[in-house]
Design a binder for this molecule. Structure first.
Ligand SMILES: C[S@@+](CC[C@H](N)C(=O)[O-])C[C@H]1O[C@@H](n2cnc3c(N)ncnc32)[C@H](O)[C@@H]1O
Length: 228
């Protein structure tokens, strides 16, 4: 049991929302889209004590950029000490666009989330997912996880619907049993960008133009692999 993690859960149950850090197996699965070549921009949301941070750093092997946005200073400070190659940002993931703008970064190639979606209100979930789709490259990948024991809960259903509204493709992976509690990973591709948020300065030549469908629109959904 990780003492620091448990202590922060007891202090901030609604932002930490887990009693133990994610396992290596879950970290491997959720960070799988981080490419082994090139110089990708990888953003991590809610790194906590760094389960996913370690896996992302292993995959990057010194290439690219790795930003980790953490709202809790008791997690952020030790993480920055432990991973000097990671740009650890103390702040709210909902402000991701500002974080990237301040660094002159247009879009992220991969966004990996450790955020506890089920603990968030509908409005907060929506703000955070909006920040993700606004920051992700049109050909980028967003991954996040959910505990299988709470998939029945209204907040979990709301997350699935929001993911399908926000992305053209949403695939749920197999249950990762080697995690406390067991979890599954959603891999989301092709963000649907709201027309009013399109920024011409961030459209890269040769890359698929941004989709102009609005979250929650009546456009047919092509998301696959996740039930209701
Ligand atoms: C369930 S823990 C996951 C920690 C780690 N990724 C793991 O899987 O072991 C959730 C993390 O998200 C952080 N967090 C919650 N809300 C956040 C927000 N709005 N912005 C950034 N981090 C947030 C919490 O402080 C905590 O570190």
């Amino acid at each position: 049991m990780n003492g620091a993690f448990l202590r922060e859960f007891l202090r901030n149950p609604l932002t930490v929302a887990a009693v133990a850090p994610s396992s290596e197996r879950l970290a491997d699965t959720v960070t799988a889209p981080v490419p082994h070549t090139g110089s990708p921009v990888v953003v991590e949301l809610g790194p906590g004590t760094g389960s996913f941070t370690a896996a992302i750093q292993r995959r990057l092997g010194g290439r690219g950029r790795h930003l980790a946005v953490e709202i809790n200073s008791r997690f952020a400070a030790p993480l920055a000490m432990r991973y000097p190659r990671v740009d650890v940002v103390l702040g709210d993931a909902a402000r991701l666009r500002d974080v990237l703008d301040r660094r002159g970064i247009g879009r992220a190639d991969v966004i990996v989330s450790g955020l506890p979606w089920a603990a968030f209100s509908a409005g907060h979930q929506d703000d955070l997912l909006g920040a993700v789709t606004d920051a992700l490259a049109p050909d980028g990948v967003f991954t996040t996880f959910a505990y299988t024991s709470t998939l029945w809960a209204p907040a979990a259903g709301r997350l699935r619907r929001s993911l399908r509204d926000r992305f053209e493709e949403v695939v749920a992976g197999r249950t990762v049993w080697a995690n406390l509690p067991p979890a599954l990973v959603y891999s989301c591709r092709r963000p649907r960008i709201r027309p009013d948020l399109i920024r011409p300065d961030l459209i890269r030549p040769g890359v698929r133009q941004l989709s102009a469908s609005r979250p929650g629109s009546a456009e047919p959904r092509t998301g696959a692999g996740i039930p209701g």
